[in-house]
Unconditional design. Structure first.
Lengths: 189, 189
């Protein structure tokens, strides 16, 4: 499902069409934008909700890249990577807007950026803006997921199809961070 | 109205609130996203319409930056700039989705990028993706416009409030291109 190259617009449209076929339902415009954008998702959530969005870190742990992850991140097997699981939500609400997992290769990171990326609770879009980093985003896959226990707990749901995408934020020709964002089909309709 | 620094999320939300007050109407989620995104607008239009978006160049002319433009682009007065007016639309339709004006300082541009930016009909988001350019986008203003003759003709309307924003695409700490996008209040609702 995941690929090393960014998807073309046609590949993204095909992925959306396949999802719509499987669930016998059209995705909303906002859902389609959230699955395909190469802009800041935090910014989009703040504009949609009209107020600030923060992240709550649920898991933060260093891991050594196994073969699959090393391939995805274009790093060496065994290289240190920060793995993080976060909830994106408004400051004044318990409702989780988006569930996100991320993998950040530690080598090569500038010290200040590394600190913000791996030890603060600042959304990635705000870290990039703060440091005025010039980057690009490549979506690598868009699909459907079954909710596991972590997702059921996050979104307070029993069972529901989840929309998911993977993308890389690329800085100085290397993957700064790989992100998987997930939200329930019933959100953003 | 235009400023040299990118707007914060609060400033963008305030601009949207002021627009909504003036027109006594809430903007749609998609309109708000189009006015605030730091991602590719062409990509968003392709996802919303489900098919390719192209640009039709209506005006393309070199101009020498006057004092105001030089200040906006952070270049010297008199410096050569490419001014362009384009319509964004689907290949199979005459309907204009977005009307855009852009200003590209010519000095300092890499030859291949310059050629694509100033002489082809490729949308900017596709040029950036083609060359894998790492950039950032700063929205500098969001507001309402009265439709002038060019806008009335483009959108085949008589008189209607228009939503407008200015933003800069920044590459290697300089303004690669300054863009003004406009669409009627009745679009993307």
């Amino acid at each position: 499902m995941q690929r090393l190259k960014g998807m073309s617009i046609n590949e993204m449209l095909n992925s959306i069409a396949r999802i719509e076929e499987r669930i016998c339902l059209n995705l909303s415009d906002v859902q389609k934008i959230l699955l395909t954008t190469d802009g800041s998702v935090t910014r989009t959530l703040e504009v949609l909700t009209g107020r600030p969005v923060i992240i709550i870190t649920k898991v933060r742990t260093p891991i050594n890249a196994d073969e699959d992850l090393a391939k995805e991140l274009k790093i060496k097997v065994g290289e240190k990577t920060n793995y993080r699981v976060v909830h994106l939500k408004n400051t004044d609400s318990d409702r989780v807007l988006i569930f996100a997992r991320s993998w950040t290769p530690v080598m090569g990171l500038n010290g200040v950026i590394k600190k913000d990326l791996t030890s603060t609770d600042m959304p990635i879009g705000k870290i990039l803006a703060k440091h005025k980093l010039e980057t690009r985003r490549e979506v690598t896959s868009i699909g459907l997921l079954e909710a596991d226990d972590m997702l059921k707990e996050a979104f307070k749901i029993d069972s529901e199809p989840m929309l998911s995408r993977f993308y890389n934020i690329i800085y100085e020709s290397e993957i700064l961070i790989r992100i998987n964002e997930v939200f329930p089909l019933s959100s953003f309709r």
